[in-house]
Design a binder for this molecule. Sequence first.
Ligand code: DO4
Ligand code: MG
Length: 284
Amino acid sequence: MKICRFQQNGSIRIGLVSENSTILDLTPAGITRLSLILEDENPMARLDRFAPEKLPRIPLAEVQLLAPIEQQEVWAAGVTYLRSKTARMEESDFSANAYDKVYSADRPELFFKSLAEKVSGPGEPVGIRKDAKWNVPEPELALVLNSQGWIVGYTAGNDMSSRDIEGENLLYLPQAKVYKHSCALGPWITLGAAETDVREWTIRIAIKRDGSSVFTGETSVGRIKRSFTDLAHYLFRSQEFPNGAVLLTGTGIVPDDSFTLRANDITEIEISGIGTLKNPVAVV
Ligand code: DO4
Ligand code: MG
């Protein structure tokens, strides 16, 4: 089951996505916020109670999808795939030991990524910093956690990163990772999938420039070294998220060192089991 936030004729609404082509508007059923579903004891059962034939049907092409987030903080896990560890150790002699150690430590790397209102949704720009020379998208599975820390859904995320800034000194990580349009989420949330099934999903990215593909990459969610529950437990240790949280789970796709994004590139992140998040790149 997939739920989205969308805008039509100036009003923001919540819908059920049917066959990736139609939205069933949940407004007449009293669902006017994502949190009413995400904070429910049993989100799937709550949605099952609605008779689809009584909900207005809107073609997806007629609405603007919005980032599927309301007031949650966005956090990110790092160095959860072997590919991320090796790429980062190569990018920086200075910090190589830190990446090596965190990959095998019990405690994961977790960092704050974005406030909800700063997240780009489908079709909105993702940013490359004007003071950075080496910029990449990081296509990542995002866990949607309710205020109790339960994993209630999944969406696709882009943890945009400036590799030269991060590589110069690990203490620059917040500048390499947190800036205008550095986080995108969407196109919607898939509810109710079990971790064992989600680990079978594939993550793909295609980067288009002037209509041609300049990079493609693929990985499997199953290559994440840590369990989702372990990541979620660490995030909620000695911390409270009264509005829930979204946790990016790390990247397993890193382009060759010669690759950097340019303005007007298009990033397309596809996660089987969710859908495709597409964004244009802009200098910020
Ligand atoms: O340690 C730096 C960030 C790692 C990261 O964002 C990732 O592995 O996805
Ligand atoms: Mg990342």
